[in-house]
Design a protein around this ligand. Structure first.
Ligand code: F6P
Length: 343
């Protein structure tokens, strides 16, 4: 078969490892040929691609980013988008199937295209870990490792100055990154979108820690909604697809803590650093396994399905299952973490 790969949506460490394993598996096991569409769905719509021979993927599993580039182009909203044009482009370039590697938006596009007759399978990626039907997505572990390292550093400078340190992390509308990196760094409070909490309670935890002569660390997810607010703070305009661009809550939380407790406080927003650089060993392995399974899905003609992690197994799931709402942090996971807040 001649197969096209694409990476779409926000980038994520591990994308290149998927590309590598699909290409190597396909060439070796099935005699496939590969192309890589440039800039996500835009590459399919415009027929813009590069050939991906075996040597093009050499050494790729350790590289961050994506060699194909990415975009947030929606397959149906582009002026030349839609299944008819896509089918024409695939036919013109002799491409038998597409492997779409992406998050919620990308996979929703893939599902709709598969329903409209385009031969496409998916691979779930996102540092946010918010996709249903898979226990983990690659990129998440790398983001946790980067955020934890940053928080360890914040704690040493915080301790020197006896300050309260606030770290704002990504994650969109779920708190997985905040929960895991906060627990790993021993944070004294973790604020996530799934759980409303008053600033008075946060300040109580901060004061408990400060009064013991320690430097409190507060981790806040970018999508955290303060108790009296309607929605997350999104003072940075909108994404191309109209979604609010999150960020800024760390500054707000810091100012609140300082005003309510009088404790000198500083905010650090980790931002895109969480998505950059090389993937961890865990993410390389997960991404490699997803790439292998996705290629098998193509040969099974399992259009509209994706590779997913269940326990330690890589399984086939319907894209509809992955897109059935966001995978939020369960209340019991937050309650468990909360036992150590202020301690
Ligand atoms: O979905 C991944 C993510 O990094 C989110 O955590 C964050 O809100 C968003 O992407 C940022 O997107 P962009 O790279 O377009 O600024």
């Amino acid at each position: 078969m001649r197969i096209g790969l694409l990476t779409s949506g926000g980038d994520c460490p591990g994308l290149n490892a998927v590309i590598r394993s699909s290409v190597l598996h396909g060439i070796k096991s099935y005699g496939d040929e590969f192309v890589g569409f440039k800039g996500g769905w835009r590459g399919v719509i415009e027929g813009d691609y590069i050939d991906l021979p075996r040597q093009s993927v050499r050494g790729l599993s350790r590289e961050g980013g994506t060699i194909l580039g990415t975009s947030r182009t929606h397959p149906y909203n582009h002026p030349q988008g839609g299944p008819e044009n896509m089918a024409k482009q695939l036919k013109r370039h002799d491409i038998d199937a597409v492997i779409a590697i992406g998050g919620e938006g990308t996979l929703a596009g893939a599902k709709r295209l598969a329903d409209d007759g385009i031969p496409v399978v998916g691979v779930p990626k996102t540092i946010d870990n918010d996709l249903k039907a898979t226990d983990y997505t690659f990129g998440f572990d790398t983001a946790i490792s980067i955020a934890t390292d940053a928080m360890d550093r914040l704690r040493t400078t915080g301790e020197s100055h006896h300050r309260c340190m606030v770290a704002e992390v990504m994650g969109r509308h779920v708190g997985w990154i905040a929960l895991h990196s906060g627990m790993a760094a021993g944070a004294h409070a973790i604020l996530i979108p799934e759980h409303r909490i008053s600033m008075d309670q946060v300040c109580e935890w901060v004061e408990q820690v400060h009064s013991r002569g320690r430097s409190p660390l507060v981790v806040v997810a970018e999508g955290f909604i303060p108790e009296d607010a309607e929605e997350a703070l999104a003072g940075k305009g909108e994404e191309e697809d109209g979604r609010p661009r999150l960020g800024g809550i760390g500054d707000w939380v810091t100012r609140q803590i300082e005003a309510k407790t009088g404790i000198e406080s500083r905010n650090t927003t980790l931002g895109h650093i969480q998505r950059g650089g090389n993937p961890t060993g865990y993410d390389r392995v997960l991404a490699t396994r997803f790439g292998i399974r996705a290629l098998d899905l193509v040969h099974e003609r399992a259009w509209g399905h994706m590779a997913a992690l269940r326990g330690t197994e890589i399984v086939k799931v319907d894209l509809a299952e992955a897109l059935d709402g966001l995978k939020a942090v369960p209340a019991e996971r937050y309650d468990e973490a909360q036992i150590l807040f202020g301690r």
